[in-house]
Design a protein around this ligand. Structure first.
Ligand code: AMP
Ligand code: MG
Length: 489
């Protein structure tokens, strides 16, 4: 009997491959020895128009492992540059390959990228591979970010390669299938500005406009509009990071997507106790990418984008610089507005009052002083459980709490609306570092994926506030060595 062939549903277009050739290198993934599907994101597969069953059979897994090129795909590594910790350098996909752009049944376009698919012309000294632990980590955190309502690249699958890779020790290798609105980065513009022609730069800008900001097409200065729209999206994105205590860890300009999605989950982590100086990344010794620095760093990165775009903004260089500076100077205010709106929601404030900023600043100052857990302080306020925050009993908190209560009851809307707003704005859980590590250890060391699956389930509805989520909400027991995340994974 012949097995019925189920169509996987790959439906590729390859618009990136139609850009100037200097922007990419066409090449196939390097096959791996013994692919084994570890994770498959079924809801995401369905949204992409892919058949989850077909993705799990041998041919389906072979595609996710880079061993088989699906029809219509045109694998390529993208060239880009970037400022890494402030220093400009040539980069490019050193271990990732774009298979193509999946056109979904709704007509949306998503990059399908294999991360860890082998060496490319941009690999420098790297091996082109990725380890299982960090790829599962990206899977967990990107999906948690998505569930929190924060724009992000997503994770379709993780395949173990059956090969070991060498880092400090031998580690099991893996490939992550990353799904993104696009992989256009600030660094893509930097690359073309530095090494491409002016025409290439215009082509790239037109492509970015078409892909992410099609409504700007008829604008008088559409390239200025592009810059300003990217700035707007980043202001909104970084505000969302700050509001949930997310620390990206390596905000180099090559890790900033023009689509406004969070991209490149390397040494990222969520903050437990509130402290603007929090840094997790082992390579960020100066604290350049500390929690509190993320907004100004985003503005700095956007200034690098503006610089790269200067020739497009105006024929007269001085005027181009002026336009760029004006656009960049809007970031701080845009960010502040998003952040304030988000903080008001976290405190159940349905309207705006001039004293709100000091109410928010005072709360954060207390949280900093008493090392209060960021997420759980807002949870305690939401559910009116003062016993669950270390702030309770401090003189500052008692007077702050009275002011806040008065501010809430003075609103015209009923308290139930305020409470509902808080429930919807303060997550029950975030992917706490110790929980993520526990899940990864079970998966990588013992081949036990049940811990990770339970964690993913709890993280899938962060605003549900269910009983099952309680156990995941506890902060780590304080320990002497601070949590560290590692790059070059
Ligand atoms: P990241 O810090 O992950 O954004 O990576 C910075 C650059 O290093 C990018 O160009 C990556 O493609 C490249 N890279 C990271 N890991 C590897 C690896 N194992 N092999 C080759 N290139 C890599
Ligand atoms: Mg990167």
């Amino acid at each position: 009997m012949t097995k019925a062939i189920i169509e996987t549903g790959w439906n590729f277009d390859n618009s990136y491959a139609r850009l100037p050739e200097s922007l990419f290198s066409k090449l196939n993934p390097t096959p791996v020895r013994a692919p084994r599907l570890i994770m498959l994101n079924e809801p995401l597969a369905a949204a992409l128009g892919l058949n989850a069953e077909a993705l799990q059979d041998d041919d389906g897994v072979a595609v996710l492992a880079g061993n088989r090129i699906p029809e219509g795909a045109l694998p390529l590594a993208q060239a880009y540059a970037g400022h890494q910790f402030g220093y400009f350098t040539m980069l490019g996909d050193g271990r990732a390959l774009l298979l193509g752009e999946q056109i979904t049944p709704k007509g949306e376009r998503f990059d399908i990228q294999l991360k860890g698919a082998g060496r490319t012309p941009y690999s420098r000294r790297g091996d082109g591979r990725a380890a299982l632990g960090p790829m599962l980590r990206e899977y967990i955190i990107s999906e948690a970010m998505h569930a929190l309502g924060i724009p992000t690249t997503r994770s379709l699958a993780v395949v173990a390669t059956g090969e070991s890779i060498i880092r400090e020790t031998h580690l099991p290798g893996a490939i992550l299938t990353r799904v993104a609105a696009s992989h256009l980065r600030v660094g893509t513009f930097q690359f073309v500005a530095k090494w491409g022609s002016r025409q290439d730069l215009r082509t790239l800008a037109d492509y970015t406009l078409q892909r992410h900001f099609p409504e700007a097409d008829g604008e008088e200065n559409r390239y200025l509009t592009l810059l300003r729209e990217v700035i707007k999206r980043q202001a909104a994105l970084i505000a969302q990071w700050q509001l949930v205590g997310f620390i990206h860890g390596v905000m180099n300009t090559d890790n900033m997507a023009l689509s406004g999605e969070t991209i490149d989950y390397g040494p990222c982590a969520f903050m437990d106790a509130y402290n603007p100086d929090t840094v997790f990344s082992s390579i960020d010794s100066q604290g350049r990418y500390a929690y509190g620095n993320q907004p100004p760093i985003a503005a700095w990165n956007l200034a690098r984008l503006a610089e790269a775009m200067l020739p497009l903004l105006h024929d007269d260089e001085e005027q181009a610089v002026q336009l760029a500076q004006d656009a960049i100077s809007e970031f701080a205010e845009l960010f502040r507005r998003h952040w304030l709106a988000g903080m008001r929601a976290k405190l159940g404030l349905l309207n705006e009052e001039p004293q709100d900023e000091s109410l928010i600043d005072d709360l954060l100052a207390m949280m900093h002083k008493y090392r209060a857990d960021y997420t759980n302080t807002f949870r305690a306020l939401t559910f009116d459980k003062p016993g669950e925050t270390v702030l309770t009993g401090t003189p500052e908190f008692e007077s702050w709490h009275a002011l806040w209560q008065k501010r809430r009851t003075d609103q015209t809307e009923p308290m139930t609306s305020s409470h509902q707003l808080m429930r919807n704005s303060n997550p029950a859980i975030i992917p706490r570092n110790h929980r993520v590590e526990e899940a990864l250890e079970a998966a990588v060391n013992d081949g036990d994926f049940s811990v990770m699956k339970r964690l993913l389930e709890a993280l899938a509805s962060p605003y549900a506030h269910t009983l099952e989520q309680e156990e995941f909400a506890a902060p780590p027991e304080s320990c002497a060595t601070p949590y560290r995340t590692y790059c070059g994974t």
